[in-house]
Design a protein. Structure first.
Length: 282
């Protein structure tokens, strides 16, 4: 066989292998759910994994909704298996973490959407303790959570009782721990020039910075009080220091693009900083 022919065979074999790997995740919602369920059973050990319907699994006492991961895989077939693996590992760790009692050192405050709260509460048993969200701005809420080694678990009313703290004290503790965990904003965020979009990425608590409203004051003051911020993903913050319609439109387009592609999407809304609170940019 000639060298050229051998090269063609090798390349063809590699392409066949690549496409076989990319296609081994089923694309239908039922088949996809069964596929993830099987991966979950391998990771969960003795915990029961039951398919409750398309894109819905019962994992021990938890419900795993696969809508987000299914949507991601529909748009990103190449990274699908890796994202499923990360998701399964996260659920398995969350299952183990549910058995661990909360401690004051692990309490933080996170930012999530109202839809997230509704889905998370619905996934819990009917008699399960309630989550403790508070309105932030627009569709965003803040809620206390437990910072685990591999996961972040929402803190319930029962957890607050275990800690021996009323709800207000839990929030104060979570905000204090969040300030300690994060670097000061002005150490990681650059003051943008007109027409420039700034960003923070890579830390799952970047979006939680919106709960620390006062920490944004220096960045806003550096731009004469003009600051618009977005959190399209839990680990991503985008912002601009000016607000003409063209700048807002450009930011909105970028935010939508990031939100569409993110496996950990959060919100496509824009928020204007004011001295007292965040306001939705209409």
């Amino acid at each position: 066989m000639s060298t050229l022919l051998c090269g063609i065979v090798i390349i063809f074999s590699a392409m066949v292998c690549f496409f076989a790997q990319a296609q081994d995740v089923p694309i239908g919602d039922v088949a996809f759910t069964e596929y993830v369920a099987e991966q979950m059973r391998r990771a969960m050990g003795d915990a029961a994994v039951v398919m409750k319907g398309p894109l819905k699994l019962e994992v021990g006492t938890m419900q795993a909704n696969l809508n987000r991961i299914f949507d991601y895989c529909s748009r990103n077939s190449t990274d699908c298996r890796r994202e499923i693996s990360n998701y399964v590992d996260g659920i398995a760790q969350a299952h183990r973490d549910r058995l661990a009692p909360p401690t004051k050192e692990t309490v933080v405050v996170i930012v999530r959407t109202r839809e997230y709260i509704t889905a998370a509460q619905a996934a819990m048993p009917k008699d399960a303790p309630k989550l403790q969200p508070r309105a932030l701005a627009g569709g965003l809420v803040v809620l206390p959570a437990i910072d685990m080694p591999r996961t972040i678990r929402s803190l319930t009313e029962a957890d607050s009782q275990t800690l021996g703290l009323p709800a207000d004290e839990v929030f104060k503790l979570g905000l204090a721990n969040l300030r300690t965990r994060l670097k000061p904003l002005m150490e990681v965020a650059k003051v943008t020039q007109p027409g420039q979009i700034g960003y923070l990425s890579g830390d799952v608590y970047h979006s939680s910075r919106l709960a620390l409203h006062e920490s944004w004051s220096p960045l806003a003051e550096a731009r004469r009080g003009r600051l618009i911020v977005a959190v399209p993903a839990t680990d991503t913050v985008l912002y601009i220091g000016d607000d003409p319609p063209t700048a807002i439109a450009t930011l909105r387009l970028l935010v939508k693009n990031v939100w569409d592609r993110a496996p950990n999407r959060l919100s496509s809304e824009l928020f204007r900083w004011t001295p007292k609170h965040w306001e939705v940019v209409r």
